[in-house]
Design a protein around this ligand. Structure first.
Ligand code: SLL
Length: 279
């Protein structure tokens, strides 16, 4: 029986995605300090957050990541914390660091099993003097690692999702964003205008520009024309310079010949003088 279409894999392809797994910790105001939030166990000295984030500007995480579970220290209530949606993070208070299991669950279209990573919850300052001074000054200790997730021979559905333009839609500036939004040429739904007016998807530039469409084939042609003209100007100047150099060289050659002739005569006179004196 043939495998259902959703499980069909794209042979000889591997798509990788980066994620940041990290934690941030800040000092809590001490016991008795009115600024200390209520209801925190007396021995807790830090507030921390452990998280899975996408690197800035990367394709959207939720294309492939469905949910994240953080297995925190087992003295915490409900130590297996599940984040079904971004932000994939857990915030708690405590007094000590420990290793957190991070379970990455992929979108069902991927047909992939969950993957496990570990992150050590770093609460105390660390690193060289400069790093520690920076942590002291900011009042925060951050520890981050870049992790790579590989999809070997992804399912067709995952391959489609991981190669789709939609992964960057989250970067679109909302339509009411003023000048910047106009620059981006947005559709009414806030997504960037792309492709041809008939909806055909393309990496081509639109033919005509406007106030809202700064980059077009027209503008590209105008730029090419401008550069060609400038190249023409430079070539003409180069020609003139070459001619000037040739003339100068000719003059130099003439002068050298003249000088050579005179010098030869002088040398000859000198030599004959020397001879007559010697006699
Ligand atoms: C270890 N580092 O790995 C030690 C344990 C546990 C920290 C650190 C409070 C937990 C709670 C807290 O910060 N525990 O209140 O349940 O063995």
């Amino acid at each position: 029986m043939p495998a259902p279409a959703s499980n069909k894999r794209v042979k000889n392809k591997r798509i990788s995605r980066n994620i940041i797994i990290g934690s941030e910790a800040i000092q809590l105001p001490p016991l008795g300090d009115p600024a200390r939030p209520k209801g925190i166990p007396e021995d807790h000295t830090k507030r921390w957050t452990v998280y899975v984030r996408q690197p800035e500007g990367d394709p959207a995480l939720s294309t492939w990541l469905n949910k994240v579970q953080f297995k925190i220290f087992n003295t915490y209530e409900n130590p297996l914390r599940t984040c079904e949606n971004p932000p994939f993070e857990v915030t708690e208070t405590g007094w000590g660091g420990f290793a957190i299991d991070v379970r990455l669950h992929f979108q069902p279209i991927s047909g992939e099993k969950a993957q496990y990573r570990q992150h050590f919850l770093q609460l105390e300052k660390y690193g060289d003097e400069k790093q520690q001074a920076q942590q002291e000054a900011s009042g925060m200790v951050r520890s981050e690692f870049l992790e790579v997730v590989h999809f070997n021979e992804p399912t067709e559905a995952l391959f489609e999702a991981l190669t789709s333009e939609d992964q960057w839609n989250y970067l679109a500036i909302p339509a009411k964003g003023g000048k910047k939004a106009a620059m981006m040429a947005l559709r009414p739904d806030g997504r960037p205008k792309r492709g041809f007016p008939n909806g055909e998807r393309s990496a081509q530039l639109p033919e005509k520009g406007s106030d809202e469409v700064p980059f077009s084939q027209d503008q590209e042609q105008a730029l090419i024309q401008f550069i060609r003209e400038k190249i023409g100007v430079v070539e003409k100047e180069l020609d003139q310079e070459t001619k000037r150099r040739e003339e100068t060289e000719k003059k130099l050659k003439g002068l050298r010949a003249e000088l050579g002739h005179e010098a030869a005569q002088q040398a000859a006179q000198q030599a004959s003088g020397d001879r007559s004196r010697r006699r």
